[in-house]
Structures are given as C-alpha cells and as structure tokens.
Design a protein around this ligand. Structure first.
Ligand code: CTP
Length: 444
C-alpha cells in the first residue's frame, strides 16, 4: 500500500485545499493529513487563524479524502511521522517548492500545483473587520494599537480622551483616523470599545458603551464592587454583547497550558498557590493617587487572583490583607486566601519590590513559573525525584496583548469560549471590594 502524507493549517477550508487533498490522495492508496495545532501555529507566528484545531480537523474530514488525520504540533515532526507511519510520498503545494527537499532522504517529495487565486489569508482579509474605539489614551493604549496590527479582522477607528488635545495627539501618533470629541461620537464610529481609562472610570465608560450596543474589552482592574459588575453583565446579556476583561495573562499560551496541565492532576491535589506582582512606581503617579482609587491592590491584585481562582476555584472562605500604607494608599499588600482544603497567598506592590515568581504546590510535585510569571513563555514542573522534572516553553510574542485581542475579536465574530469566566471576574471584584471596605485589612 502506497502511503501519502500532507500537512497544512486548513483554516476556512477552501477549494485550493480540496484540490490539493484530491491530488495528494491520487498519488497513492492511503492519505494521512497533518493538521497544525493552534499552539504550533502561534509558535510559528501564524496568529490569525479563524478556525480552531477541532474545526479545522472537521473541515478536512468533510472533504472525504483523508484516510487518517493527525495533528502537527512541533517543528521537525514531519521526519518523525514519515518514519513512524512508513510514508512513501510527502506531498505539498507548489508554493513550498524546494522548501521540503530535506525530506527526500526519507521518502519521495512531490510538489503539487497550487490552485491560483484563493488562500486562507485572502478569505480572512475579506471577512468584515470589527471596528474598535479606544477610551483612554495612556501607556496601555499605546501598546494595544501596535499589537492589534498583527491580529486579523480588527480596525482601530477612533479614540477618545476627555482631554481632547491628548486624544488628538494619540490618534496622530498611532495613525487612528478619528479623535472623537465625545464618547457618543466614538460609539457612533465603532462596533466595540476598549476601555483603557483610569481605574475609577471603568464602570461608567463600560456601562455607557454597552448601553450604546458596543462590545466591551475592559482593562484591569474590572470594577470595584460586585453590584457594578453584575449590572454590566446584565446589560451585556440583554443586548447580546461580549464583555471581556483585558487580563493579558489569562489569554497567553503558557498560562493556558499550565492550567490544563495542572487541572489534569500533574502535581496531584493543589494545596497552595503563591504569586507576586510588584512594579515600583513613582509616588506622584496617578496609580498612587488615593482619590483615583490608586494603590497596589487596585493596580495589581487581579494578576495573582487569576491563578488562585483557576487552580483553587472561586469558593474561598475568607481573605486577610496586610498592607503597608503611604499617603493613604497601599504601597504593598500581602493577601492570604483561605479555602476548605487549600490556601493561597499573594503580594502586590507599587512601592516595594519582591521576586515576581509563582509557585503552585501539590501533593505530588509543584509548578515553578519564574518572574515575571504573568507574561511568561516558560515554566517547570518539579518533583521529589528530579529526574522526572519537565520544562515547558511557549511563544509570548511582543507585548503579549495580541492574545487577548485575538480572543476578543473571535468572541465577537464567532462566539468563541471565554477564557476568563464571569464568576472569576466577579470574584476578582469581590476581593477588591472587601479590601476597599477594610474587611480583614491590617495596616502595618
Ligand atoms: N494550497 C493550495 N492552493 C491554494 C492554497 C493552499 O494548493 N490556493 C495548499 C498548500 O500549498 C498546502 C495546503 O493547501 O499544501 C494547506 O495550506 P494552508 O497553508 O493551510 O493554506 P493557505 O490557504 O495557503 O493558508 P495561508 O493563506 O494561511 O498561508
């Protein structure tokens, strides 16, 4: 039996793919099709696929040409597959002419004619883009704009800052067509809003955007009391809109895999999560201003709360805070969260510095994520028997905001699964609210 193998992403399956698969099948008796995983595509810089790996596998299956479908997840896998499956012919489209000649050592290599005039890239570009308006034009917004350029189907069309001069400068510097004079002018120009304004304004802007029928991506921290969070969720549901938190760690590849790895019992039962985020900041910064709801908890707490909730759930018993204060804001806070069968602790600081790593302890081993764990591309799983230790590496491109932007856009266009649940967003807010109310807060 003559075995043929071919590989591809097969995003938005089109006639070019179908012709290629038919021609590949005609070369032999058994066709194996390798479909790239989402992570592998991210790793090789292809971050704009519209269909996830399951959808792409289903699409290949539906052509009826594949006798066997495998997933391609690492560089160099083609040689392994050819040997493992006893492949006679490696086939690929002529756009790759010459590129795979190194496989000739292992099997016959055939470049098949490519269908002219169609490609996944072209189909992706033809899809309507989500028009996004930005509220708030500070440093995070400046990082957001270039990151959005590598994501498909998004156009930043407008920005608004109540200080119109700052808004105009931001638009000029970032090539954004409209510096909106009012928030209503911004809403009129867009389908979705990125709320990147100071913390204390998040609720009002997010609410106004939802009321105007716009999807919302809200920067961290979300809002400061659960009643406000619930009101926003209700509004989003009523109008069938996406409301997502721009928590970049929640969407980055390494963190996503750490969650699924530990959830599958790799380190046994989790007994402790300990994570820190400290970012030394000038005392005169707005982040340190009491009136603007500044302070370490407001600025950074949602970062350690993410792994704590992912690994231990949101059903905590109580939270205790220890804060070092200056000018009415916490320049450092240590929090301890008690669960029935586990404990978590975190340290956040704007005026004190500590190691920014994360350790998750389990009954069989532990996960170690080096600083800065919240934008990591690497972690280790460690055991008593060091021979069993394993290191994991992932892509973390640019500022890492592209992953949350991609998820926001695909939530709007395809209704895809949200990595941060409403329960988690609500409980992050609950912790902030308890802190602001002074519940179990001990000042040092
Ligand atoms: N292919 C083809 N004719 C086309 C498009 C793709 O024969 N018009 C072939 C490719 O050469 C490859 C296979 O289909 O052998 C899978 O390619 P893939 O990269 O998934 O498709 P593209 O449409 O080229 O995707 P992109 O635009 O993202 O590069």
């Amino acid at each position: 039996m003559k075995k043929v193998i071919t590989y591809g992403t097969y995003d938005l399956l089109h006639q070019g793919h179908i012709n290629l698969l038919r021609r590949a099948k005609e070369l032999g008796d058994w066709l194996i099709v390798g479909v790239t995983t989402d992570n592998f595509d991210l790793e090789r810089g292809k971050m704009n696929t519209c269909n996830n790996v399951m959808e792409r596998i289903e699409a290949v299956k539906s052509t009826g040409y594949a006798d066997q479908i495998i997933i391609e997840e690492y560089k160099g896998q083609k040689i392994d597959d050819i040997q493992k499956y006893g492949v006679d012919i490696f086939a690929i489209g002529s756009d790759w002419e010459g590129y795979f000649d190194y496989l000739k050592e292992y099997c016959e290599v055939v470049y098949l004619p490519r269908t002219e005039g169609i490609s996944s890239t072209q189909l992706r570009e033809e899809r309507p883009s989500v028009k996004v308006g930005i509220i708030g034009t500070g440093s995070i917004a400046s990082r957001f704009v270039p990151e959005s350029k590598v994501v498909n189907s998004i156009d930043i069309v407008a920005a608004f800052n109540p200080d119109l001069k700052l808004g105009a400068e931001f638009c000029e510097a970032n090539g954004i067509p409209l510096a909106a004079g009012t928030q209503d002018e911004l809403f009129a120009a867009c389908d979705a809003v990125y709320v990147a304004s100071p913390h204390y304004t998040h609720f009002e802007y997010a609410k106004a955007a939802l009321q105007a029928g716009k999807h919302v991506l809200c920067e961290t921290p979300f809002v400061f009391n659960t009643a406000e969070a619930e009101e926003l969720f209700r509004l989003a549901d009523e109008k069938d809109l996406v409301l997502m938190l721009a928590h970049k760690t929640a969407y980055c590849p390494a963190f996503g895999h750490l969650v699924s790895l530990l959830k599958s019992g790799t380190i046994g039962e989790i007994v402790d999560v300990d994570a820190s985020v400290t970012t030394l900041t000038d005392e005169r910064s707005a982040k340190m201003d009491k009136e603007l709801l500044g302070g370490s908890m407001s600025e950074n707490a949602c970062f350690p709360l993410l792994p704590i909730f992912k690994f231990l759930g949101t059903d905590y018993k109580d939270v205790t805070f220890f804060s070092k204060m200056k000018n009415g804001v916490d320049i450092f806070t240590k929090g301890v969260i008690r669960y029935d069968n586990a404990v978590a602790s975190f340290q956040v600081g704007l005026g004190a510095k500590t190691e920014g790593n994360m350790v998750i302890s389990g009954t069989k081993g532990y996960a170690y994520v080096p600083a800065p764990w919240w934008k990591t591309d690497y972690f280790e799983i460690r055991y008593e028997d060091q021979n069993l230790n394993k290191k994991y590496f992932y892509p973390f491109a640019g500022e890492g905001l592209r992953y949350e932007i991609k998820d926001f856009i695909s939530s709007i266009l395809q209704g895809s699964f949200q990595k941060l649940s409403r329960k988690e967003m609500l409980k992050m807010t609950d912790v902030q609210e308890r802190y602001l109310k002074g519940e179990n807060v001990f000042q040092l």
